[in-house]
Each structure stands twice: as structure tokens, then as C-alpha cells.
Design a protein around this ligand. Structure first.
Ligand code: G3H
Ligand code: 13P
Ligand code: ZN
Length: 310
């Protein structure tokens, strides 16, 4: 059975038709169900993505089997992608597990080293029919193992050189997004450098651009978490209208993890607080799955503009 696809065709279409494909992080079955369920319901292509930390949480074999089943059932294009791959060893592990797309994140390395590792991964992956996302520039706030706190915009001229020398299929750029729930300080004007995006597109026509750190931090979910015993202060995301503008341009992949974490956590807290006697795990995990699916459907329809494309 091989129902999972690469991102090639979905990106060509997203670029040509001015929409973007949502790439959503998962760490358990219910998130895969919510993500692919939303894609099926809206007739959107979708990317399921997982990091090395996902693979530490659970054996990849479980996830690949679930993703394949979900994709087959959904009858929309579903890609399975390694998010923030650290090195060739990690890439090899995910490809042999059945992933159809990988990211090699060498953005924290000196430029020449980023080129070397990215080219090595491209050569290896392309031989096996797997597509590769590279990254240039620093997207701040990146979690756990990689990255730095300092945001550094992507240099468009350097991006053109990087793509020519590595052969990447898509490129993650730094234009003002950042990882996590605290993207801007209170009072700070959220800003995305769409001018840089235009310049990158003019130098690299046809190349799918990727936006990491693209959660909007829905204030409804922050409020639900805080109402039901959580504590999230001053969390601010990327305004939906800015993401929509980017999706109409060369941005073909929009990465979202934080928004799913907020939605799931809020819904679980809500059930557990409102019904303190509940011990049936399906009641609260199921409510989390439903809330995540609703939020993704919203994004597919109103931000990514991917709904109804398949
Ligand atoms: O940007 C990466 C995602 O938010 C994944 O997070 O490394 O904790 O799995 P993770
Ligand atoms: P957020 O933290 O904004 O959801 O970004 C996720 C991401 O970029 C995954 O690679
Ligand atoms: Zn990321």
C-alpha cells in the first residue's frame, strides 16, 4: 500500500492557483485523524509532518501505518514530511520508515556548511523519489535542539545561490515569522516582510516557498485554556490576513503546530474542568480531536484557500 504522495504536484498547483498547503505537526493518532479529516472534509491537499521528537515519543512505524490508512480513506493528496531534519542520518531514518518528503534544516550552520549538508540530503533523497525542503535565514524561537533566538531575514540573492547549488525542491525563508506561541511582544505591530517574499519570487520563479512559525494563536483557544485552569500570558501569532496574502504569493506550504497544541489543550481542559468525574479518555481526547479539526477546517477555508481544490 502506498497512498502517500510527495509534495510535487500539490505545490505546482498551489503555486499556479495561488493557494497554500497546510503542513500540520502530529504526535499521536488523534492529531493525524483531525488533520486528514479536515483535509477530506474540505477537499484540500495536506501535509502531515513530524519531527525527531515525534520519533522519540513513538516508533515511526505506527505513524506511517496510520497516515497511509488515513490518506487512502481521505482520497485527497496527503504527504508525510520530516520537519526540521537535523542531519543525513535522521533523513535516512524517516525515508526508510516511509516518509515522502524531508526537511534538512542547516539554517543555523555557516552558509557553506548549510549548502553541503543540504546538497548531500538532496542527492540521497532524490535518488529515492523523496522531495527536500531546505532553510535559509533564522526563524526565531525554534524549539528544543536547533536554532537561535535572533531572527535573521533571508537574503533573496543568497536564496537564489542556495537553491542553484543544492537542488532543493522548496525553501523555508525567514520573513518575520517565528516558532511558538509568543511571536510578538504586546503592543508590537505584527509584521511580515512580504516585500522580501516578492523579491525572492522574482529571483526564483516557480520555487515553492515555505513559511514556518505560521500559527495565528487563536485568542479563543488562549481564553479557553485560561478559563479552565491554564496560564498562557500575552500569546500573539501571525494575523490571518497576512498569511492569506502570503498564500496567494509564492508561499506553497504553511507550517502550523502551536495552534493545534492550543486547540487540543483548551478542549481537553474544558471537558476535564466541566465534568470532573470523567475518566473515559475518549471523552476528552475526542473533544480535543474535534476542536483541532474545526480549527484546521477554518484555516483551509479562510487562510490557506486550499478548500475545494481536489
Ligand atoms: O517547528 C517544529 C514543531 O513545532 C515541532 O515541534 O520539535 O517539539 O516536535 P517538536
Ligand atoms: P508554529 O509554532 O507557529 O505553529 O510553527 C510550527 C512550525 O514551523 C513547524 O515546523
Ligand atoms: Zn518550523
Amino acid at each position: 500500500m502506498n497512498s502517500l504522495v510527495t509534495t510535487k504536484e500539490m505545490f505546482e498547483r498551489a503555486y499556479r492557483e495561488h493557494f497554500a498547503v497546510g503542513a500540520f505537526n502530529f504526535n499521536h493518532m488523534e492529531l493525524i485523524q483531525a488533520i486528514v479529516g479536515a483535509a477530506a472534509e474540505t477537499r484540500s491537499p495536506v501535509i502531515l509532518q513530524a519531527s525527531s521528537f515525534t520519533a522519540k515519543y513513538s516508533d515511526l512505524g505506527y505513524f506511517v501505518a496510520i497516515a497511509e490508512y488515513a490518506a487512502e480513506k481521505a482520497k485527497v493528496p496527503v504527504a508525510l514530511h520530516l520537519d526540521h531534519g537535523e542531519d543525513l542520518e535522521t533523513v535516512k531514518k524517516f525515508i526508510s520508515a516511509g516518509f515522502t518528503s524531508v526537511m534538512i534544516d542547516g539554517s543555523h550552520l555557516p552558509y557553506d556548511e548549510n549548502i553541503a549538508v543540504t546538497k548531500e540530503v538532496c542527492d540521497y533523497s532524490h535518488e529515492r523519489g523523496v522531495v527536500v525542503e531546505g532553510e535559509l535565514g533564522t526563524i526565531s524561537g525554534i524549539e528544543d535542539s536547533i536554532g537561535s533566538e535572533i531572527g535573521l531575514y533571508t537574503d533573496p540573492e543568497q536564496a537564489a545561490d542556495f537553491v542553484a547549488r543544492t537542488g532543493v525542491d522548496s525553501l523555508a525563508v525567514a520573513i518575520g515569522t517565528s516558532h511558538g506561541a509568543y511571536k510578538f511582544k504586546p503592543g508590537q505591530d505584527p509584521k511580515l516582510r512580504l516585500d522580501l517574499l516578492d523579491r525572492i519570487e522574482s529571483l526564483l520563479p516557480g520555487l515553492p516557498i515555505v513559511l514556518h512559525g505560521a500559527s495565528s494563536v487563536d485568542q479563543r483557544d488562549v481564553e479557553i485554556i485560561n478559563t479552565y485552569g491554564g496560564k498562557i500570558d500575552s500569546a500573539i501569532g501571525i494575523p490571518p490576513e497576512m498569511l492569506r496574502e502570503a498564500a496567494k504569493k509564492a508561499v506553497c506550504k504553511v507550517n502550523v503546530d502551536t495552534d493545534l497544541r492550543l486547540a487540543m489543550t483548551g478542549a481537553v481542559r474544558e471537558v476535564l474542568c466541566k465534568e470532573p468525574g470523567v475518566i473515559d479518555t475518549r471523552k476528552y481526547i475526542g473533544a480535543g480531536r474535534e476542536r483541532v479539526k474545526e480549527r484546521i477546517i477554518d484555516k483551509m477555508e479562510k487562510i490557506l484557500l486550499s478548500a475545494g481544490r481536489y
